[in-house]
Design a binder for this molecule. Structure first.
Ligand code: ADP
Length: 162
């Protein structure tokens, strides 16, 4: 049976750190679904369709990856996709508390869903979508931190240097 993993998140926008985690997941699982959350509480920079489109463009050429958006409870979505695991990235100790709380809550909601944590390459361990948006909003360069389609999209929103 195909072992499917779900990589959920806001991906506003996708960074090279996220891509690192997706690629690592593909070494363990047969298929990875990048699941973009429609989060009604957060006001995103990029709307849901744009975020999905940017991820698709950024992952072009990678096999066994799908990109979708989802609404509602993550565990319901995982069950619907017959996923065996939720994959989350752990950058630093500061991520741990929130991630553990979420993993244990998801287990309580569905005891069959496992959460797997992966460490990104250290060159991305300081990277977050929030920081990318902050740098870009002040016109700083995000080269090498985000895939090219994202850099282009940020360039359209903010006036980026080179
Ligand atoms: P959320 O709003 O659910 O935290 P994000 O898009 O910020 O969504 O993150 C999705 C997942 O990717 C989370 O597991 C997060 O820890 C992970 N992640 C974010 N940035 C990085 C990075 N630079 N390296 C590794 N994992 C990351």
């Amino acid at each position: 049976m195909k072992r499917v993993a779900i990589c959920p998140g806001s991906f506003d926008p996708i960074t090279n750190g996220h891509i690192d985690i997706v690629k690592r997941s593909l070494r363990i699982f047969d298929e990875v679904i990048v699941a973009v959350a429609v989060n009604l509480k957060k006001t995103p920079l990029f709307d849901i369709d744009k975020r999905v489109q940017l991820i698709k463009e950024s992952l072009k050429g990678l096999e066994n990856v799908k990109v979708e958006s989802f609404k509602g409870l993550l565990v319901d979505y995982v069950r619907q996709k017959r996923g065996v695991a939720i994959v989350r990235g752990l950058r630093a100790v500061s991520d741990f508390e929130y991630e553990m709380q979420m993993a244990l809550m998801n287990r309580r909601l569905d005891h069959e869903v496992e959460t797997v944590f992966m460490m990104p390459s250290e060159e991305y361990s300081f990277l977050s979508s929030t920081m990318i948006k902050e740098i870009a909003s002040f016109g700083g360069s995000v080269k090498g931190l985000v895939p090219e389609p994202v850099e282009e999209a940020l360039r359209e929103v903010f006036k980026l240097k080179d």
